[in-house]
Design a binder for this molecule. Sequence first.
Ligand code: SF4
Length: 365
Amino acid sequence: MSLSSSELFRSAELTRLLAGEIRQAVTRPWNIMEICGGQTHAILQYGLDQLLPPEITLIHGPGCPVCVTSLEAIENALQIAHLPEVIFTSFGDMLRVPGAKANLFSARAEGADVRVVYSPLDAVKLARENPQKQVVFFAIGFETTVPSIAASVLHAERNQITNFSILPANVLVPPAMHAILQSPDNRVNAFLAAGHVCAVMGYWEYEAIAARYRAPIVVTGFEPVDLLRGILMTVRQLESGRFVVENAYSRAVTREGNLAAQEMIKQVFEPVDRQWRGIGIIPLSGLGLRPRYADFNALQRFPLTRQSPMESPLCIAGQVLRGNATPHDCPAFGRECTPASPLGAPMVSSEGACSAYYRYQRVKA
Ligand code: SF4
C-alpha cells in the first residue's frame, strides 16, 4: 500500500529514523531557532522536541504575525475602527489580540463595524459594495500575506475604488534574523527558515546572512518529517563547520521564489523601519506604501491621536518572541493568562508560542 504525501510526511517510522540520525550526528550543544510560529505549533503538537537529544535546544522565533504587530498599530486600528464612516476589516486572528486596554473584538461589541475577511480582495469588494463607507484593511503578516495585499491595492487603483485603504503593518523576516544574530544576548546558532515565506521570496536573501554570521539556515516545511529533516541538515552543517543555506522543502520552494509575486510587492511597497511588539524598532523590517500609492494609506487618510500604549506588566512576550524565555518561564502562563483571557498576543494566535504550549505542553516536561 502506498502512502499519501501527508501520511508520508507524518510517518512515525520516518520520524523515528530521522530522530535517530540526529542523535548520531550531534556531539555538542546547539541552539536552533525555528522562525515560524506554525513550525512551533507543529513541533509541540507532535512532541518533536521530546524526540531530540538533550544537546539540541529549539528556540521559538518571532514568526507569529499577529504577535509581532505593534501595540501602536493595534491602537491605530481601534481608533480607525471606531470612526462612524469606517468598515474595518481584518484577518480573524487579529480581533482578539489585546491592545493596551481593548481589542477589535471588544470594539465590535461597542458598535464599531469590524468584519473578518479571508483575503484583502474581499475588503476591496466590500468597498465597491459600500461606496458611502470607508473600508480599511489591517495589513499584517510576513511576506506570505503581502502579495495579496499588494494585489488588493493594485485592483482598487485599477478600478478607481477610492474608499479602500490599508493600515500598513507588514513585517519582513531577513531584518529580524539580522537583529537576532546581532543582539548581545543572542543564543541562536542556526535557523530553520519558514517554508511558506521562502515559497514567495525564495532563499537567496538568506545566503548573505548565513555567511556573515556563520549561521546555517535550512529552509524547512511544517510536517514532522520536514521539521526533523531540517533539523538534521542544520545539525550536520553545525557539526562540520559549514554555514550555508540549504533547502529541505524543495517540493514547494526554489532559490528564486515566486518572481511575479516579488515584482508585485516591489511595485506597491518599499522597506521602512518597523516597530515589532515586544522587540522594538528593527530597521527596514516593514513594508510601507510607495508614494504613488500613498492615497491608499489609512494612516494618511484618517486623523489619529498619537498614543504611547503600555503592555501588561505581567507579560514577558517580548522575551518569548526574542527566544530568551519560553512560555513556561512566564509566571502568568495558564494562570492570569489563558486563551480565554489572554494578556499577550502569543496566547491568542494560532501561531503564538504561548497558545502552543497551552494546547500541547501545559505542564513543563
Ligand atoms: S503566557 Fe501570556 S502573559 Fe505570559 S508571555 Fe505568554 S502571552 Fe504574555
